[in-house]
Design a protein around this ligand. Sequence first.
Ligand SMILES: *Cc1c(COP(=O)(O)O)cnc(C)c1O
Length: 706
Amino acid sequence: MMTPERIKRLPEIASDLWWTWNTQARELFRRLDYPLWQQTAHNPVLMLRLVSQEMLNQAAADAKFLATYDSAVASLDAARKARDTWWHRRYPEAHGPIAYFSAEFALHQSLPIYAGGLGVLAGDHCKEASDLGIPLVGVGFMYPQGYFHQIISSEGWQQESYERLNWADAPVERAVTPDGQPCNIAVPLGNRSVLVSVWHVRLGRVKLYLLDTDLEENAPWDRELSARLYGGDRETRIQQEIILGVGGVRALKALGTLPTTWHLNEGHAAFVVLQRIRDMIEEGHSFDDALQEVRRTTVFTTHTPVSAGHDAFPFSLVETHLAGAWGTLGDHREAFLALGHYDNGSGPLFNMTALALRTAGSVNAVSQLHGEVTRRMWGPIWPGVSEDKRPVRAITNGVHVPTWLSWEMMRLFDRYLGPDWRERQDDEALWDKVHEIPDEELWNARLALREYLFTFIRERARRRWRDEQVNAARVVGAGTLLDPSALTIGFARRFTGYKRPELIFQNPDRLLSILNAARRPVQIVFAGKAHPADELGKHHLQQVYRRAIDPKFAGRVAFVDDYDLHVAHFLVQGCDVWLNTPRKPMEASGTSGMKASVNGVPHLSIGDGWWAEGYTGDNGWLIEPREQPSDPDLVDAADADALYALLENDVVPRFHERDKHGMPHRWLAVVRQAISTVTPRFCARRMVKAYAEELYRPTADQTTTV
Ligand SMILES: *Cc1c(COP(=O)(O)O)cnc(C)c1O
């Protein structure tokens, strides 16, 4: 295939994930070959491999296409070159870069190196950093087999299928060192050395480096180390974490990057501090000085109050796998191991979160409520320090608006908020203008988004029916009988106990009468994966799936399989209301409800995570029982009862109440409040600015002293 001269920068745009949040660039690939765009699940790198020469030639001669091309090229150049960014204006003296370590990054479905919320947060953080001009460099893993694809058996049991990623179809390239060589580094693991190669992902102004052990030089078991995200046992996990932490620091050094701030997104990457202390000791500094310098320059974000989310290893395992990594730090082995020492009641372990809490000078939780929970939960880290004095601040999560906002809403904002709304998106006053959007236009946008969702679900079901000949009940369970006039409730997230995916089925008869009410139909669309090792989560999923294929629910409960970023986009934009029913206070923040709200899909949720501070009284609904029982089973029943009451008394009648033109005015009042109150307060712009001002800036304006 030859890319015609006139559009020769098409491959360059396709290989910079910046295209994913630029309207013109997205439009460009849609226009190039729309069926191929759909068929590849919006993967331009793959598209350019498959597209016919004829299509390319046609595009190069099509005036409309060329106009889009020229403006996409111009905005890419502007985005890359701009000096006039928020960061440069605000901190002209700041050095950088800021290294951002995360075990997963959710940037686009064509790069399957994420599992869920943590990855989405990391991806959105990087995209926003690019928009703001913050010199961020991400470090993570290139998992050749990624996270699994979900297959649901006819019994509703989740099966995992791993596919090998074809590098040629993904937006990655080999990272090169300053002298032009492919970047390969060695990481000591136990008493051997593992070779790691580094990949580079372009993300506008931000760079992301991904570590990969799948090299011929490595033993077969070492090649497998980075194969899958969260796929292995404890031994695999600790080795992955040594590669990420120790290998990540070495990779940055080899690439000539000297960070002024080191941000650890969750404890997985905490071995960064080991390598940094070791490097400083080898340069002649004392252990204490090195530790102090690490504290001054390390930022740590903790993401969950669930204990399984915090990796802890027996000391013997740590000693075995770190055997070769100590170097001169070996003399201080006991002192280092003590930094990870933590006993949560079942004996002392080396805890990665404890290590990060003790070695990061700045620690934050991801919502105000999660801040309180974290200060309480990790008390033993700060002996004698009262709860309110423990050094954990809160920066509530946010979502990258250009990534999650539908084109329909963007168009309305362009028109009614003014062309500079993207620049001012975190300004609460700006959003009052949402009230100027006429009901009719707002409702038409909502109707279009609902229709895209139903079409998406139907076409997915049709493919399954044709390609796999699944039985008729499963075709219904996939959502083919969904009713375009019904109030559509969305519930999509990881299936796990504390998120209580089955809560809405507590009282099936009461639910059935809500779903089937004459002239006021309601339906629920579910999606989500269970962690491969979470049997209980799979059990919850099966229970939900059984309802989806049960004739009693008459096709009003659907389960969309293989939840990922692509499915998430359709769901958060196309449902009418977004349901979240975690067991309080286990949801650290949650972000899918923010994605929904900015698209005019109000949140219906327990007052946990972000919603504890996001709910204003008229921008969605708060599920709150009058009394809080102490017995967990009674809590479930009370929460379910409060949920049914809200649906019966407000949500459903409000949605179905129409004037003589079919307009749901009272519903749109909530939609408007959801958009105008949630967007400025829970956008990634507000969040990343807070990270920059409170956590990055204090170290970024000093060069390293040690
Ligand atoms: C946003 C998102 C999540 C996180 O959703 P929560 O509400 O935080 O549970 C998980 N998976 C995908 C694919 C997402 O887009």
